[in-house]
Write a protein that binds this ligand. Structure first.
Ligand code: HXC
Length: 508
């Protein structure tokens, strides 16, 4: 008996070494942690339970039959984050560069199936060279098996990907099917085809970092939702994100104790809006003053900065925030902002996370580059996302809500549950000067000035909308947290169903 126990320990020791000490050293030398070190950081101490530690590949080509490593380049299992379960798989770059074989994909498929069946989130940590070149079509098929499961799990359990090394080919499409992607600066990159292939096909000379580094994907392509300086920072912050997320679409949001009070009054908000309507102010200040303890997890903070998206809590329960940011492009809605916010709204709606929307938007961005780039379709994405969402929706207009953007930003007409406005709100088809110049096209300058003042007086306030019931109440800025918190508490029993359908046809 003793011998068998010792043999088990010896087998485990070998498996834990992955590709061996030399390759582990090389991994550290590149500023990266190993797969197991990463899981230790992500999961609560002693909570990791490994599955399939001894699985090996069955490839018979290129001498691979004599080159087997237990675990086959991916560590899979489950553990807890602050006591709540998650499934995990972490590619081990020290074993065949973390590349995917048939056996390797079956290990991932097993935890994907378990996560979906049990209604528990799954996190993938990627650091890999794509399809195992020695395996050919078995590796390609293996990727498709992963993609199929990613797709079926979408909207049922949260799926998160950490890109912590090179990721090419098959290792970029699985992440793209998940809810959130985070990268590590300078050590991770993602592309469908690498710099060498790019050079051959398009004659462009580009480095891996320029082609698919964290900066590119967080600020240009919007493929990734955030970036960190190193593995430790990334995994620590991932624990914080997981705390905001429900386990599945059946569980509702997690709740945790808060020291913050519902009635916290913020007098500084009474002067947040500048006297000059063309001056910007920082909408993030409002978000942070409304959420519990100022704790806000921003999603895509380096992309389309004219709109803020992210998670906070109110009275201990997670809420998704969408807010126009007047500090960038005056908070205008353009294609990028619309796509960013639409995807976030849809995530919240899938997982029963209520949505709070703060509005200060001068309209949609005019111009050929926007129109040629499909602003109509992209703007419609956000419109569609808000219109189909059945979760509680609380909206507050702080200043401008002009034109189509008024409709889009969770207006009463899109089934907003509580639509508030500050006294500084201006709800109109467009700004006063533009409106008057169209209506009184042939008037003198003096007449235009007089008409502009009259238009401002009549329309640039929240009361016309409030008279019609499109705004439920004009509220004092200092009471915003209390009003939003009370609305959300009331709406916790909200029931609203859309008509039956196989699935919708969102304008992609
Ligand atoms: C088998 C691989 C491998 C792969 C790397 N290795 N990629 N083994 N299949 N795809 C092995 C190497 O042989 C090496 O083994 C070890 O991993 C580390 O690799 P290095 O090249 O030494 O590391 P580095 O210099 O850091 O370069 C990493 C890399 C590079 C950029 C990922 O290895 C690379 O370009 N690999 C090939 C990438 C690729 O073209 N994959 C196929 C994509 S197509 P030793 O024993 O020396 O440690 C694809 C199709 C699916 O994925 C599409 C589905 C939609």
């Amino acid at each position: 008996m003793r011998d068998i126990v010792e043999e088990l320990e010896e087998r485990r020791r070998i498996a834990r070494l992955g590709g061996g000490e030399k390759r582990i050293e090389a991994q550290h030398g590149r500023g990266k942690l190993t797969a197991r070190e990463r899981l230790n950081l992500l999961l609560d101490p002693d909570s990791f339970e490994e599955i399939d530690m001894f699985v090996e590949h069955d490839c018979q080509e290129f001498g691979m039959q004599d080159n087997k490593v237990p675990g086959d380049g991916v560590v899979t299992g489950w553990g807890t984050v602050n006591g709540r379960p998650i499934y995990v798989f972490a590619k081990d770059f020290t074993v065949f560069g973390g590349s995917l074989s048939r056996s390797h994909s079956k290990k991932i498929n097993k935890v994907q199936d378990m996560a979906l069946r049990n209604g528990v989130p799954i996190v993938g940590i990627l650091d890999a060279g794509g399809a195992r070149i020695q395996e050919g079509v078995d590796a390609l098929g293996g990727y498709a098996e992963v993609f199929q499961r990613n797709t079926l799990a979408s909207g049922v359990i949260p799926q998160i990907t950490m890109i912590m090394g090179p990721c090419a080919g098959g290792d970029v499409y699985s992440p793209a099917l998940t809810d959130f992607i985070f990268m590590v600066r300078n050590t991770s990159y993602m592309f469908v085809t690498g710099p060498d292939v790019v050079k051959t096909v398009t004659n462009e000379e580009v480095t891996a970092e320029e082609l698919g580094g964290a900066k590119v994907h967080t600020s240009k392509s919007s493929v990734a939702d955030g970036a960190y300086d190193n593995d430790v920072e990334a995994l620590t912050d991932l624990r914080r994100l997981i705390d905001f997320l429900p386990l599945s679409n059946r569980t509702g949001v997690p709740e945790r104790p808060t020291f913050d009070v519902r009635d916290r009054v913020e007098h500084s908000l009474d002067t947040l809006i500048p006297d000059n309507p063309n001056m910007p102010y920082d909408m993030m200040e409002l978000v942070q003053k409304v959420v519990d303890e100022g704790d806000f997890f921003e999603i895509q903070k380096d992309f389309a900065k004219n709109i803020i998206t992210g998670f906070g809590r109110i009275e201990g329960k997670p809420v998704g925030f969408v807010a126009n940011q007047p500090m960038t492009l005056a908070g205008v809605l353009d294609s990028d902002a619309s796509r960013k916010a639409a995807r976030f709204v849809r995530f919240c709606d899938c997982f029963d996370v209520p949505i709070v929307t703060f509005v200060d938007v001068p309209g949609f961005l005019p111009g050929t580059s926007q129109e040629y780039g499909g602003l109509i379709k992209h703007g419609a994405k956000l419109l569609f996302a808000y219109a189909e969402a059945t979760v509680p929706k609380v909206t507050l207009i702080t200043r401008k809500a002009y034109g189509g953007a008024y409709d889009v930003m969770a207006s009463k007409h899109l089934r907003g549950d509580f639509n508030y406005a500050w006294p500084t709100a201006e709800i109109a088809v467009m700004g006063a000067k533009g409106a008057v110049e169209i209506i009184f096209r042939n008037s003198t300058e003096e007449e235009i000035l007089a008409q502009t003042a009259q238009y401002e007086e009549r329309f640039l306030n929240p009361f016309v909308a409030a008279e019609r019931g499109y705004i439920d109440e004009v509220i004092q800025p200092h009471n915003t947290r209390r009003r939003v918190a009370r609305a959300l508490a009331l709406l916790s029993s909200k029931k609203l169903d859309n008509p039956w359908k196989k699935h919708d046809n969102i304008p992609l």
